[in-house]
Every structure is written in structure tokens, then in C-alpha cells.
Design a protein around this ligand. Structure first.
Ligand SMILES: NC(=O)C1=CN([C@@H]2O[C@H](COP(=O)(O)OP(=O)(O)OC[C@H]3O[C@@H](n4cnc5c(N)ncnc54)[C@H](O)[C@@H]3O)[C@@H](O)[C@H]2O)[C@@H](O)CC1
Ligand SMILES: [K+]
Length: 223
């Protein structure tokens, strides 16, 4: 569902400002925004690849939080879901920690692997990139880079949440490595960088997912 189809592409800071205005002026708790993002993305994943096992890669921040929420909605839809998390759940904060605890209590398989994830990714139909979103500061560090390389080697449909990890959402520049998505499910508005440089190679098909902020707020930002 896209409440305002004409909402123009935004910078990462502008989308973060939309989130802040929704929370502060429209009294929307941030966990509600994340839940809407997660549910909307799960529905889109179901439409893109209706069957098969899904592996979700979750980073330490709220992009990872979206991933934990999506896992629960996909499990409800009858999908086999497994999460690989970059950090132990007790290292997560805020909404990401809340969504992770819900996923854990729901019985979703969550691993924090030390070694390679290649073989697990090879048995997945879908790999979801919930590693980094608008909070990313390039270049990719540690296991973030390793996992992006593993995902890009796998023979699965790759779906990025908000921004493919490694891609700059403002300039469209791709770092080395960058998650090479077949589909990008981006929240609230498309990002200006997606139309620049050769970003399309890494975003694949871009779909905007509503996070449920009011139409009035979206109109303020539509300019
Ligand atoms: N209320 C909100 O703010 C909403 C946020 N949402 C999601 O939250 C995302 C933004 O979340 P955050 O601000 O937590 O940021 P991210 O989840 O993008 O990343 C922040 C984390 O990544 C680490 N990091 C940053 N750059 C790195 C690098 N190059 N290598 C390794 N680690 C790195 C930081 O230390 C921090 O732990 C959005 O893209 C979207 O997916 C959605 O849930 C919608 C609502
Ligand atoms: K991502």
C-alpha cells in the first residue's frame, strides 16, 4: 500500500526527519513505525517469492529490528524463517531489542554465527538484507562485509530492506562490497541516491513500503 504515490525521493536525513516528526508531533511510538515497516515488507516478500525458506540477516540497529519483525510475520504466513544476527540479542538497544526479544519468544531460529554462513545461505530461496539502513557509515566493517559477500555469492532471490547494505542512499555510490539486491523494499519514500550513479545495479526493482505515518505529514514533505 502506498499512501502518497507522488512522494518524491528523499535523502536519508529527510526520511529520518519524517520518523522524528511522526514520533514527536504525531505521537506515533517508534515501535509502531517499525511494526508497520516489518509487516508491509513481509507482505511484499510474500508477493515477490511466495514459497521457500527465508534467511534474514539482521544488523545491530533498527534496520535489523525491521528484519526481526519481518521474520515473525513470515512465520505467521507459514514460511520457514531463520535469522542470522550480527550481535548477541543482549547487545541490541531500543526497538531492535524489543523486536528481537519478540522473535526469540516466538520460537524463531536465531543464530549469531562466528564462522561462515555460506552453506546456510545456499539452502535459502530468499535472503533478506536487514544489515544496515539509513544509519550506515561507510565503509562496511567486520562481519557486515563478510555477510554481504556471502549473500552475493548465493543462488537466492536477494531482497534489501530500505537500502542495500554498502550503497550510499544519498549519492548512489556503491562501496566494496555492496549487497546486490534483486528487489529493494524502501521505507516511507524512495531514496535520492537510487536514481544516481549505477545504483540500480544494486537496488534492483524498488518498492516503497508505507510505515503508516499520516497523509498530512507526508504532504508536508511532498513539497
Ligand atoms: N522510527 C524509525 O526511525 C524507523 C526506522 N526504520 C529502520 O531503521 C533504519 C535506521 O536504523 P538505525 O538508525 O538504527 O541505523 P542502521 O540500522 O542503519 O545502522 C546502525 C548500526 O549500524 C552500525 N554501523 C553503521 N555503519 C556501519 C558500518 N559501515 N559497518 C558496520 N557497522 C556499521 C552502527 O554502529 C549502528 O549499530 C532505517 O533504515 C529503517 O530500516 C524503520 O523501522 C521505520 C521506522
Ligand atoms: K539493508
Amino acid at each position: 500500500m502506498q499512501p502518497v504515490r507522488s512522494l518524491p525521493p528523499m535523502t536519508c536525513d529527510q526520511v529520518r526527519e519524517i520518523d522524528q516528526v511522526a514520533m514527536n508531533r504525531y505521537q506515533m511510538p517508534s515501535i509502531v513505525l517499525m511494526e508497520n515497516a516489518g509487516r508491509g515488507a513481509a507482505e511484499a516478500i510474500q508477493a515477490i517469492v511466495p514459497d521457500g525458506r527465508v534467511v534474514i540477516l539482521c544488523g545491530k540497529g533498527n534496520n535489523g529490528g525491521d528484519g526481526f519483525a519481518i521474520a515473525r510475520h513470515l512465520q505467521l504466513a507459514g514460511r520457514g524463517v531463520r535469522i542470522f544476527a550480527i550481535a548477541n540479542l543482549d547487545e541490541l538497544k531500543g526497538d531492535a531489542a524489543t523486536q528481537a526479544r519478540i522473535a526469540q519468544a516466538s520460537g524463531i531460529e536465531i543464530d549469531v554465527p562466528e564462522g561462515t554462513i555460506d552453506s546456510a545461505l545456499n539452502s535459502a530461496e530468499v535472503i533478506v538484507d536487514g544489515l544496515l539502513g539509513t544509519g550506515a557509515k561507510p565503509p562496511l566493517r567486520g562481519r557486515y562485509a563478510e555477510w554481504v559477500e556471502s549473500a552475493n555469492r548465493a543462488d537466492a532471490t536477494r531482497i534489501a530492506l530500505d537500502i542495500p547494505t554498502g550503497l550510499d542512499g544519498d549519492t548512489g555510490e556503491a562501496g566494496e562490497p555492496t549487497f546486490c539486491a534483486h528487489h529493494t523494499l524502501t521505507f516511507a519514500a524512495s531514496k535520492v541516491g537510487f536514481a544516481k550513479a549505477n545504483a540500480g545495479i544494486h537496488t534492483g526493482d524498488v518498492q516503497v513500503i508505507s510505515i503508516g505515518v499520516p497523509l498530512k505529514l507526508l504532504r508536508e514533505f511532498a513539497g
